[in-house]
Design a protein around this ligand. Structure first.
Ligand SMILES: O=C(O)CCC(=O)C(=O)O
Length: 303
């Protein structure tokens, strides 16, 4: 297994964030960190991610899909996404980016913070698809409250011309706002928030390659289209503290009638024997994060 050991050393002792970074994060619900990894690391990470996308890795498992389109096999993708990237490129969770992002997570969330998930998104060159405004919490419901951050690594310079992320200041303090399927189309995975905020709180976050943004699971965020001649890639690590049981379950009407093609592909893959691969991955994850924490997370997803 290739390990990405290059890049700025992990910061276990020296904090990565200043007191004003911490205060800004608490106030705004997001943060920009410059050069969390060096250009060599970014180039290697990008090459790995591009390779996974070009090979449509994870397609039959339902892990590679169109975030913003119908996700038909023969259609050009509007906004390709690969979830659980670590299943296909485990070396990315042994990288300096991973170690530095975990250190950031512990500074922001406390020493209990652990890795939760990873994913990557591409915006094809000269493509009009936006990332609709959403809170990550709008994608899940149930009996648990989550306390998480997403660390979005820019794999090239990213600004308004190729769809850098924008955040709504202070939205992390709000409840889950009203969402609906993007464009009213229940076949599309993406959700769009349509109420509860005003554009005057929006902040655009241009990044250099190797910079990252950090946002919470409640922070409202989105991105414009990619009008540039090159694809835009972002690699995202999610960290969190153990979920807490809610006094009453939270259900989202916008998740009721979803008809995503990726879920069909996943079901078919599990039936064809993918369940064994899935079980083995779960076991590996349990060994990594500890069985107690694993059970706690499992319960928070199925209840
Ligand atoms: O990369 C994008 O355009 C969106 C990323 C995003 O929504 C996220 O990481 O939560």
């Amino acid at each position: 297994m290739e390990i990405l050991t290059f890049g700025r050393s992990p910061h276990w002792e020296t904090p990565l964030l200043s007191a004003s970074d911490l205060a800004a994060f608490r106030h705004d619900g997001f943060l920009t960190i410059r050069q969390i990894v060096d250009p060599t690391s970014v180039a290697a990470t990008r090459a790995r991610i591009v390779d996974l996308f070009e090979n449509r890795t994870g397609r039959e498992e339902g892990a590679f899909f169109d975030f913003a389109g119908n996700d038909d096999d023969d259609a050009a993708m509007m906004l390709p996404q690969l979830i659980d990237v670590r299943n296909y490129a485990p070396e990315l969770t042994a990288s300096v980016f991973y170690k530095n992002a975990l250190a950031v997570a512990r500074e922001l969330l406390g020493p209990e913070a652990k890795f939760v998930a990873d994913h990557a998104l591409a915006k094809p060159a000269r493509h009009g698809a936006i990332t609709p405004w959403h809170q990550d919490d709008a994608f899940r419901e149930g009996f648990y409250a989550h306390n998480e951050i997403s660390v979005w690594l820019a794999l090239q310079d990213t600004d308004a011309s190729n769809g850098c992320l924008s955040f709504v200041r202070g939205s992390h303090l709000k409840p889950v706002l009203p969402h609906r399927s993007y464009g009213g189309n229940e076949r599309v995975h993406a959700l769009e928030c349509f109420d509860g905020w005003t554009p005057d709180q929006v902040e655009l976050c241009p990044l250099r390659a190797g910079d990252c943004t950090v946002h919470t699971n409640r922070t409202l965020h989105g991105a414009g289209p990619n009008t540039s001649p090159d694809p835009r890639y972002g690699y995202v690590l999610v960290f969190g503290t153990p979920p807490n049981k809610l006094p009453a379950p939270l259900f989202h009407p916008w998740l009721r009638n979803k008809q995503e093609a990726r879920l069909e592909r996943r079901r078919a893959w599990l039936m064809r024997g993918g369940a064994i691969v899935h079980g083995w991955r779960r076991l590996r994850q349990a060994r990594q994060i500890g069985y107690k924490e694993f059970m706690r997370r499992l319960l928070s997803h199925i209840s």
